[in-house]
Design a protein around this ligand. Structure first.
Ligand code: MG
Length: 393
């Protein structure tokens, strides 16, 4: 097993006065996709490999409010997050962040503006990799619009755009280099990013391809645009696999997919023996790395005897929802000699769609017999396999 080297620190700057947004709420606290805007990049950073510590820099008067976010953040981040007060200008705030990183002493520091909620995990990791290699790296996108400078007297002149890039964050630096850059005298009000200060030291800066969706929320209308750009593009998708087998015994009905199928066999089990719902529950838990059905419901516990397996599935859906995941799609294969599934298929699909909160066309149940061979073929058992796709946006 390889150990991840935790050489990364991140500073999320959220202490701006956001004068261009109007209103009284600083923009990083405006609601974005159901949470304060600044939470969006924290969640992304939480998934970045090699992370040793994260510093969230907010305005002094927002310290308690920021601290209150901690319980809702993903576990690894909760433990590695420092919330500190920033300074008057952006560069003052970055210096406060650097001071808070001193104990963790990461060799690489990523500095990110909280007002860019859509920077992807891939972008953080690519910037980190380039900073490890070159000492300093910034993401940028080539300017494609024609640029024209307007002067006060109404005249204008076209600016040669060749080589011009729009620079984004996160920006990545060797910590020692960033500390030196921030230690030199500079016009703080005119310093709009960290790369400017590093350039002033004469240090080379590597380029990383930026992301069009990584816009900086500056005006109120940008929030909606950012959310639209985030749309499906940043939805995290997971796939989970589930399997279950139950013995069959004489006497119907057979509980399958939450439906009682008429016939002359039933499934033997501690609960209601619903192999289909057990397989789907395991697939759903698997997609979110939440263990399996046995982790959450013991087959020794008295309260689970004869229990409706729909409750297991509902509980798994609730656990996944706590992590922000919801089912997108399910595909199930039932391996069963008899009764024939075809007459019941529509009812099974409808019930599973209802339980998962999915449209009918996102739920598939297929049936296979075992051609008379093995325990399934001999009618002594049935088995189910399920694949579930989960999404988190
Ligand atoms: Mg089972």
């Amino acid at each position: 097993m390889t150990t991840v080297r935790r050489d990364l620190g991140a500073i999320v700057v959220a202490a701006g006065r956001s004068t261009r947004m109007g209103g009284t709420t600083p923009k990083v606290w405006l609601p974005y996709r159901g949470e304060p805007l600044l939470v969006s990049s924290l969640r992304t950073i939480a998934a970045v490999e090699s992370l040793a510590a994260v510093v969230l820099v907010v305005r002094e008067e927002e310290l308690a409010r920021a601290e209150a976010l901690r319980p809702s953040l993903p576990a690894p981040l909760r433990e590695r997050l420092h919330v500190v007060a920033g300074g008057r200008e952006r560069s003052d705030s970055v210096r406060c962040g650097l001071a808070a990183l001193a104990a963790a002493a990461p060799s690489i520091v990523l500095v990110h503006d909280a007002a860019r909620p859509n920077a992807s995990r891939s972008l953080f990791e690519r910037v980190a990799a380039a900073a490890r290699e070159h000492g300093a790296a910034v993401p940028g996108l080539p300017i494609v619009d024609t640029l024209r400078r307007r002067s006060a007297d109404g005249r204008s002149a076209t600016v040669d755009r060749s080589g011009l890039h729009a620079v984004q964050t996160p920006q990545g630096f060797a910590r020692e280099l960033l500390e030196r850059a921030h230690a030199q005298p500079a016009d703080a009000a005119a310093t709009t990013d960290d790369a400017m200060l590093v350039e002033a030291l004469g240090a080379p800066i590597a380029w990383v391809d930026g992301e069009a969706a990584n816009l900086k929320v500056t005006l109120p209308a940008d929030l909606e645009l950012a959310a639209r750009l985030a749309g499906g593009a940043t939805m995290e998708r997971r796939v989970g696999l589930g399997h279950d087998l139950h013995r069959l015994a004489p006497g119907g009905p057979l509980r399958l997919g939450g439906v009682d199928l008429a016939g002359d066999v039933h499934a033997v089990g501690h609960s209601d023996g619903d192999a289909l719902l057990h397989a789907v529950t395991d697939a759903l838990l698997g997609a979110c790395a939440l263990g399996d059905i046995g982790t959450h419901f013991s087959d020794k516990a008295a309260e689970n005897r004869g229990r409706d397996s729909a409750e297991f599935l509902r509980h798994a859906i609730a656990l996944a929802a706590q992590r922000g995941f919801a089912p997108l799609q399910v595909d199930v294969v039932v391996r069963l000699e008899k009764p024939k599934l075809a007459p019941h298929r529509a009812a099974l699909v409808a019930r599973l769609a209802e339980l998962l909160g999915l449209p009918l066309d996102a739920v598939s149940i297929k049936a296979k017999t075992a051609e008379g061979v093995d325990a399934i073929g001999e009618g002594r058992a049935l088995a189910c396999d399920a694949v579930v796709q989960m999404g988190r946006s």
